[in-house]
Design a protein around this ligand. Structure first.
Ligand code: CTP
Length: 223
């Protein structure tokens, strides 16, 4: 049977999320969105359609991507959840905050001089939630680790039911948040493992997209 060619639809999340205590204060992390934006560019270069769900970053928008700006984990979840069923591949590079303040104060919290105890509640695991209903989609997660990157990456692959985890070490020179370069281990099912880099985030992104393309194109046809 001939497979009818169409553009591959790629859904990418990038950047940090923010969780607010009050109108002027939030918790977040140092993600700059560079890896996600590099993947968006590499995917566009392959002729794919790209939806980019992005937390607050200061990067130029990749020309041709459909942009979906979000701030909180809940907003990111709502966007990914609504776009997931129509995509061929989801790549979650976003550094989603795992917790948010249990209580939000509509007024600015005033300092009292005493220590302040803040209770946190978990934020939905976006990747795990949408991967649980995946059909033909390829689901790719990222794992930012400070140690034992392969073991933690493989554990996340299983726990989140992803097809691939891109594991990278944060805090290592030339890798991780804010760096223009990176080195990563691509972890897949059946013991698959591939080291890529050190290289620029764009070169790594191009190699990753090429690897993913070989998995998806048989399903939707060559673009
Ligand atoms: N992720 C997600 N939703 C969350 C947290 C993480 O979708 N609430 C995704 C990230 O985008 C990434 C993958 O899950 O693709 C792994 O994120 P990471 O922070 O490394 O893992 P956690 O599940 O948060 O585990 P831990 O922080 O304990 O290492």
């Amino acid at each position: 049977m001939e497979v009818k060619a169409r553009k591959i639809r790629c859904l990418i999340s990038a950047g940090p999320t923010r969780e607010f205590f009050d109108p002027v204060r939030f918790m977040s992390n140092p993600s700059t969105g560079k890896m996600g934006y590099a993947l968006a560019r590499a995917a566009l270069k392959m002729g794919w359609e790209v939806d980019l769900v992005s937390g607050p970053v200061s990067l130029p928008e990749p020309a041709g991507a459909a942009m979906h700006p979000v701030v909180t984990g809940e907003e990111m979840f709502a966007r990914i959840d609504s776009l997931f069923d129509a995509c061929d591949i989801l790549i979650m590079t976003a550094a989603v905050m795992d917790y948010r303040p249990l209580q939000y104060s509509a007024q600015k919290i005033k300092k009292s001089g005493d220590s302040l105890v803040v209770q946190l509640s978990p934020v939905v695991d976006i990747l795990k939630t949408v991967a649980a209903r995946k059909k033909n989609q390829l689901v790719v997660g990222f794992a930012a680790e400070t140690e034992n990157i392969s073991a933690h990456g493989r554990e996340k692959l299983e726990r989140k039911k992803a097809d691939f985890i891109v594991a990278n070490q944060v805090g290592a020179p030339g890798a991780g948040f804010a760096s223009d370069t990176n080195f990563i281990t691509l972890i897949g099912r059946d013991g698959f493992s591939l080291d890529i880099g050190p290289a620029s985030k764009l070169e790594i992104a191009e190699q990753l997209i090429t690897a993913f393309a070989s998995q998806i194109e048989p399903l939707v046809g060559q673009p």
